[in-house]
Write a protein that binds this ligand. Structure first.
Ligand SMILES: C[S@@+](CC[C@H](N)C(=O)[O-])C[C@H]1O[C@@H](n2cnc3c(N)ncnc32)[C@H](O)[C@@H]1O
Length: 250
């Protein structure tokens, strides 16, 4: 990847996440900031890696057990490992991000296996219009917001964005969402350190606030849980400050 033009000296959300996930598409400023956050909240890398395991388990469940063949993954991030189109290769996948680097690198790696849309999630109409070229809104779609909604500080705005997109889908569609939660003092310190270091501030929410995004949907078992407890593998840690769920539109 050619990154010279993009190294602005400012820590960058997608690249820091890539660093914590164990990827190599990041600059020194991202690693320095990432390490500063990890000093006060060492579990951040664990959260990043477990979030991908959560994505894999959820997408497999939806593709293989729930029969979902279409995914709208909003706030995709840099392609790191086992991205949605690789976990569900038979599905139609639309990725949405507002970061040019994510779009450029994602398109290169995904080729024709997935469509990339350049849009901000604050503009759901744009997302819906662009996604309609690839996805059939007459059939079920899994709408994914994976660790991205904390960039919007106002929960009411978050809920209206989620509602707008989900309400454009048909019954049998799903909402998948996880986010960092304000469940320990250490994670709250980590978020403060991120903002102090010049990173894009991230709002941690309570599990109840995240649950409110699923209003009107049927929660798939086991409901809203720590992401490591959602149909877990064997290596799940006891506690993680990140909750997620899958909700079905009835
Ligand atoms: C934490 S990272 C990626 C998380 C990724 N979904 C995952 O599961 O690994 C957050 C991503 O959200 C994107 N993002 C942030 N604000 C956004 C917005 N308003 N609209 C669309 N994408 C956004 C960033 O560009 C970045 O790629």
């Amino acid at each position: 990847m050619v990154m010279t033009d993009l190294d602005s000296g400012v820590p960058h959300a997608a690249r820091m996440w890539n660093y914590w996930m164990g990827g190599t598409d990041n600059f020194q400023v991202d690693r320095v900031t990432g390490d500063a956050v990890a000093q006060v909240y060492p579990e951040i890398a664990l959260m990043a890696r477990h979030s991908r395991q959560f994505l894999i388990r959820v997408v497999r469940h939806l593709a293989h057990e729930a029969g979902v063949r279409q995914f709208l993954d909003i706030g995709t991030g840099l392609p790191t490992m086992q991205n949605t189109h690789e976990v569900a290769p038979e599905a139609r996948v639309v990725y949405v991000d507002n970061d040019p680097m994510v779009l450029a690198q994602g398109r290169d790696l995904a080729g024709s296996a997935a469509t990339y849309v350049d849009a901000d999630y604050h503009d759901p109409e744009r997302i819906l219009a662009a996604a309609a070229s690839t996805l059939d809104f007459g059939r079920p779609i899994a709408v994914m917001f994976m660790g991205v909604l904390g960039y919007e500080p106002d929960l009411a705005v978050v809920r209206s964005i989620v509602d707008r997109i989900v309400s454009a889908t048909v019954p049998g569609s799903h909402l998948v969402l996880w986010d960092g939660t304000n469940t320990t003092p250490a994670v709250v310190e980590g978020a403060k350190r991120l903002a102090e270091m010049g990173g894009v501030p991230y709002v941690l929410r309570s599990p109840d606030e995240l649950a409110s995004c699923f209003e009107g949907l049927e929660l798939v078992e086991p409901g809203l849980t720590q992401i490591t407890h959602w149909r877990p593998g064997t290596d799940s840690p006891e506690h993680i400050d990140a909750y997620g769920a899958v909700g079905r539109r009835g």
